[in-house]
Design a protein around this ligand. Sequence first.
Ligand code: ATP
Length: 303
Amino acid sequence: MLFRKLCTSLARFDLNPPFFHQKFSNPFPIPTSRTSFHSQNRHNLRFRTLNPATPRFISSTSQMGDSRRPPAVPIPPVATADKLELIRALEASLGSSFSSKPFSPPPNPLIIVISGSSGVGKDAVIKRLREVREGIHFVVTATSRAKRPGEVDGKDYYFVTKEEFLRMVQRDELLEYALVYGDYKGIPKQQIREYMAKGFDIVLRVDIQGAATLRRILGNSAVFVFLVAESEEELVNRLIERKTETAETLLVRIATAREEVRHIKNFDYVVVNAEGKLESAVKLVESIIDAEKAKVRQRSAVI
Ligand SMILES: Nc1ncnc2c1ncn2[C@@H]1O[C@H](COP(=O)(O)OP(=O)(O)OP(=O)(O)O)[C@@H](O)[C@H]1O
């Protein structure tokens, strides 16, 4: 800072700072005539000399008259100069020191809604995403449905009775809820608030009906991903092989899936979870999150 001030005042009096004399031989002696800015392209930085013997560094963004223009300072040759000296000279020439402030602020926490027909692989994709990605909170949905073999309360779902669930509704504790195949499912608000405040991205797993409700509530402040199998045939195979369905529920789920696929247009992204390609589907979801994080106009969700 002190050095810059010194350079600036010396340059103002058209004197070479003693520093430059001592450290290196200055190839651009301070001229007696001033250089002027000339550039049509604001991204180009150009040298233009009034006196060919005295090239000077000029900022292309400057449209200032001589009195407001930062005083020019000799820039040592890049190939031989000490890096620190070069930086100081550039700063002095530009009239301010280089900022270490990030060019772009940290991205906003994101709400990612993952939806798709029953059996398409929502749980499988989320389970894998959980293993490979940090900084994400997977909201545990509350449900009144019975626990399936292998499911853990508080990890896969909060398993509650119908009465408990309805009390949560009354207390306005759920962002959205629905009755799905005779069972209630809902998203607790508190978890989202708590983790977003800590800077986590939030993943919500909802059925198509839930995604439509969330779109109404959150609009474009969240990102909506529609998961599909590669074909209806594959979806049916997957549901049969899961061995969780009766003939009746299988029929209902498949008929519903036929109708649900028409809702793709209400989503931001579609991800194909093809047979044996779970890893690719997860990678694509990760890429979507990365791309969203790099957006200039960030989504900003408030719950
Ligand atoms: N890419 C894949 N390849 C093969 N099998 C898969 C793939 N993705 C998921 N599965 C399997 O398909 C079945 C259905 O997946 P999953 O339970 O994750 O679907 P879901 O969308 O969460 O269903 P629901 O909404 O009914 O809970 C599971 O047995 C799962 O292991």
